[in-house]
Write a protein of this length. Sequence first.
Length: 357
Amino acid sequence: MKRKILAAVFWAVTAASAFTGTDLILAAEKTEETAVQKPDMEGIDTENTKIGISIYQFEDTFMTLYRTELVRYLTEELGFKEENILIEDGKNDQDRQTEQVEGFIEDQADVMILNLVHASAAPQITELCSEEGIPVVYINRQPDSLEMERWEQEGIQAAYIGADARQSGIFQGEEIAATENQGDINGDGEVSYIMIQGEPENIDTQYRTAYSVKALEEAGVETRELLDQTGDWSQSQGQKIMEEALDEFGNDIEVVFCNNDAMALGALEAIREADRTVGEDIYLTGVDALEEAVQSVVDGEFTGTVFNDYFSQSHGAAELAVRFLKGEETEPVTLVDYVKVTQDNAEEILELVNSKK
């Protein structure tokens, strides 16, 4: 039987679009009654169980929030010993991360939770773990569908939990479409935009890039791409790209789509330095709902962002690990809904994020 985390479905745009900050807070308050309730720990040797965790890069702000909550939940709420939580920084190097997985195997880890540097490495990593009888929970970066189908077909102890990046891209496009002029600040009948991307290979990059523009176009808006450039999820790169784009395109830029909030915060600095004003002569959206980004939405310096629910995702990852340890069946994929963040609900979401610190 499928376990369902928070929203409990493969996303549906119509329903998810109506999911507000108040709904999110109510859902959080009901956590103990929903699928993300604390798992039954009976039969789990929390004193000696080893859990190997590798994060693609500690410098990533969102994954820092995720990993911090994951470790807190495993230790403070589920009772695993901190000294048995083996956590490594992949430093954005897949070879290094593969060596870390081999190290977890040597250390006799009982289960792994992995945020891959490259999702394409999943088949190799899964084989390494499967050969040693070690279950693996993949987080945040989704392996391709054929690989996940293989887990189910071959009875491999592997699962993925995350969110569908298409939904986050759609929400970004909808945020622009909801503005007074649908992003067409100069009134020329089309929206001229720049796209600041994450890593090109990452599925989140591909989906957020494609679906943000698609959603805007499906709202009846003509678009014109001025620039599409990789910022590697980095705030400093986001700022650099935005500075250069403003120098090249100036007032022609009406909308800035960023695949994450870190790059959007960098872009905001460049926008400020150029004496442009978000909401007046330019629009800006990101993804993740980092605290500073949500505050920027409240202050009117972001058009919007999208909450990437790392609370439910990290707790769900821990729950999947426990279910593997108990020898229970799991579904290969569990997805958590994103939540659109605008001025209508930003203060509520900021309150939620701060309440979980």
